[in-house]
Design a protein around this ligand. Structure first.
Ligand SMILES: [Zn+2]
Length: 271
């Protein structure tokens, strides 16, 4: 824009004011569309929700099958429950404190998935005598494991036992240091405790990095055991991290005390 005589008296040339105004208008238009898109998305999802409700007991219906294929619903958390045979839409669990149920999805062999209600009916008391008999550790908490989580509960129990019985305090300290270092993963530590998912690539990379190091230390503590196998996905390690981060890990107390502290933290994520 050509400089004008008025520009001589103005602190900011006129052209700049015009450009500012144009930018503002452009922003307004963008904002309007954002609102429109938001509204459309809301309408779209409420229609789908209605269809879900309508076909709740008919997951094999052709319309329902097509909905499962839609991008929005093509999620491991939307499925036909193999217990009650209803359509389960458990995507909200991502933001709730249900790491035990989430870790259920970590077993890559889980094909016949259960909705949260059906899963929740599967808790059984884990007999502390077994722990005492095999590991000579007195467990003061009553632990409930879930019959549907297959071997993942057992895996967690054994890992916690290995950590508590860890002969090498160096490894134990490495674990504490690692958890402290990654405490700054902001997506996990803002807000209530529980499993949070990384929301962008940077956080994903940070978490991947954490899991690699976490597995390495756990393998050392458990004696290169098959417990830290690759058949488990991130949910399993997220769950383990939730338990360990919650625990007050003090290297100077006895194995029994460490074990019971770990069990207390595990227990509070289950029931
Ligand atoms: Zn069900």
């Amino acid at each position: 824009m050509e400089p004008q005589i008025t520009d001589y008296y103005n602190e900011i040339p006129n052209g700049v004011n015009v450009i500012d105004k144009m930018n503002k208008e452009l922003d307004d238009v963008r904002e309007e569309h954002k609102e429109e898109i938001k509204k459309l998305k809301k309408i779209y999802s409420s229609i789908i929700e209605d269809v879900f409700q309508y076909f709740r007991d008919e997951p094999d219906n052709e319309i329902m099958k097509n909905i499962f294929k839609l991008d929005t619903y093509n999620s491991q958390f939307v499925f036909k429950c193999s217990g009650c045979e209803c359509i389960a839409d458990e995507r909200d669990i991502l933001y709730e404190d249900l790491p035990d149920y989430l870790s259920y999805f970590s077993d890559s062999n889980t094909e016949n998935k259960l909705c949260y209600e059906c899963f929740n009916n599967g808790y059984t008391e884990f007999f502390n005598e077994i722990i005492y008999e095999h590991f000579n550790i007195e467990c003061i908490h009553t632990v409930y494991t879930n019959e549907h989580t297959g071997n993942s509960d057992l895996g967690i129990l054994l890992i916690l036992l290995h950590i508590a019985n860890s002969e090498s305090k160096d490894k134990y300290n490495d674990l504490i240091k690692l958890l402290e270092n990654y405490e700054e993963l902001t997506y996990d530590w803002d807000g209530p405790p529980g499993i949070r998912y990384p929301s962008n690539q940077k956080e994903e990379m940070e978490e991947d990095n954490f899991i690699i190091n976490f597995k390495k230390i756990l393998k050392e503590i458990c004696g290169n055991s098959a417990l830290i196998s690759n058949s488990r996905n991130s949910n399993y390690y997220r769950f383990l991290r939730s338990i360990l981060s919650e625990a007050d890990l003090d290297p100077n107390v006895s194995n029994d005390v460490i074990f019971n502290e770990l069990i207390r933290c595990w227990k509070c994520w289950t029931r």
